[in-house]
Design a protein around this ligand. Sequence first.
Ligand SMILES: [Zn+2]
Length: 174
Amino acid sequence: MNQKKSPRNCKREYLARGHIFCGICGKKLAGETRIRGSKEYSYYRCVDWYKTCRTCKSLSYRADKLDDRIWKEVENVLEHPDLVTEAINALQAESGKAKAYEDELESIAARIKHYQVEKQSVYTAYRVGGDLDQFKTDLKIVTDELEALNERQAEIESRIEAVRKAEVNTEGIK
Ligand SMILES: [Zn+2]
């Protein structure tokens, strides 16, 4: 391990080290102490900065200021534990809906299949009977239904995706 970056050389406790992430690239922020004259200055910095090929343009943040803000948030949560309970309940309520969403997705798939068959029948009816006005009317009904079902299907899929993410997030705190 690099001597300069070894934990023993940390001049300061970094409250948030390993728990906060760069807002630009998403990598962890590391703690860093710089000495200027007789004074020590502590910063948080995106770990990308230590690479030879840097891609992230993020700045460094004064550790005392950032820690202060985090402490205020922590204090706020400790004084209002219901904030945590509320957040967990909201996530779990969403997670409980997963089964209902899966069921709806199944019924939507069945209805899509139904209207696809229906669409074929509309074409067949036109080929046999040749009534263009009837064909146009019937086709519009079936097409509108299919469009609405496809929209609903996409919406449910994105909700299921959100529920899965919520489950991952609550795993560590249950
Ligand atoms: Zn970064």
